[in-house]
Design a protein around this ligand. Structure first.
Ligand SMILES: [Mn+2]
Length: 288
């Protein structure tokens, strides 16, 4: 039987970024979006939250031989336990920023991926910049349960790896360009190159990610303005970019498949088959 893989989803109040509150550039993006049929429909549904999943996430699981099951928003821990008991593996996908309160900080930067909406407040920022407390609470609880109460293989992608870190007591850089202490920061926010190579990562010998790729250095995409700052308990860093930004984390307990990657392998599958290896290894681990 094919392994059943739980896939987290976005929970968002508005699919339409609040570009109308921005400057001239945002206004023109807003008008373009609003004039489309889909955009106008979604704008009308601004107040109805969506459970939303990108097909790149589910297709990556299917392509590797798993059955993806999208997990909708819930804060019921009994439901989470029941869901986990039926799964063979769980993947925490990318998405919006985690609210800094979950790592004990005030919101200092809310720049988000669009990057030009600095004049917006926390409530009005774009869909990517906006924090969604309900999703944070759910995913942190689900991650803790999956880590502590099951032996399931866990794959975290981008936000998913950050959830793994925060659930284990770690923290994040709220906005790399504003608060990274290192020098010579590479460009890590490359939304327009979501399916292309953006920067290299250097992989630790003997790590899970090294076993997966069998390379010391690979090229990845990069769609994040946040990154891991202080590492959570029981985790180790197993890949970094040349500027020192953490690009992969794993469990100290190497007997279990627990991997968080800062890049988006699921978005590279068409352009670079190498990145299939992440999902092949995850599904293989979920079979046992
Ligand atoms: Mn990066």
């Amino acid at each position: 039987m094919k392994p059943l893989i739980g896939v987290t989803s976005s929970y968002i109040y508005s699919y339409m970024p609040k570009l109308d509150k921005g400057g001239k550039n945002e206004q023109s993006q807003y008008e373009a979006l609003k004039s489309t049929y889909v955009g106008s429909c979604l704008f009308g549904l601004n107040d109805v939250p969506f459970n939303m999943s990108l097909s790149t996430d589910t297709q990556a699981i299917e392509q590797a031989g798993g059955i993806p099951i999208i997990i909708p928003q819930t804060e019921d821990e009994d439901s989470m336990r029941s869901i986990l008991s039926r799964l063979d593996g769980i993947m925490f996908v990318g998405g919006n920023d985690i609210h800094p309160e979950f790592y004990g900080e005030e919101v200092n930067y809310n720049k988000g991926l669009f990057g030009t909406l600095d004049n917006l407040n926390t409530e009005d920022a774009s869909v990517f910049a906006k924090t969604v407390i309900e999703r944070d609470r759910m995913e942190i609880a689900l991650m803790k349960l999956a880590l502590e109460k099951t032996n399931l293989p866990i794959l975290g992608i981008c936000r998913g790896s950050q959830i793994m870190n925060v659930a284990l007591g770690g923290s994040l850089y709220q906005d790399l360009e504003k608060c990274y202490e290192g020098e010579e920061l590479l460009g890590h926010v490359s939304l327009e190159k979501w399916a292309s190579h953006v920067h290299d990562i250097i992989i630790e010998d003997g790590s899970l990610v090294h076993k997966i790729f069998d390379e010391k250095q690979i090229n990845v995409n990069s769609i994040h303005h946040q990154a891991i700052r202080h590492l959570g308990d029981g985790l180790k860093v197993t890949a970094k970019a040349a500027d020192g930004i953490v690009e992969a984390i794993e469990y100290d307990d190497a007997s279990r498949f627990v991997l968080g990657v800062q890049w988006h392998p699921e978005m590279l599958l068409k352009s670079d088959e190498t990145h299939r290896k992440v999902f092949d290894a995850f599904i293989e681990a979920s079979k046992s």
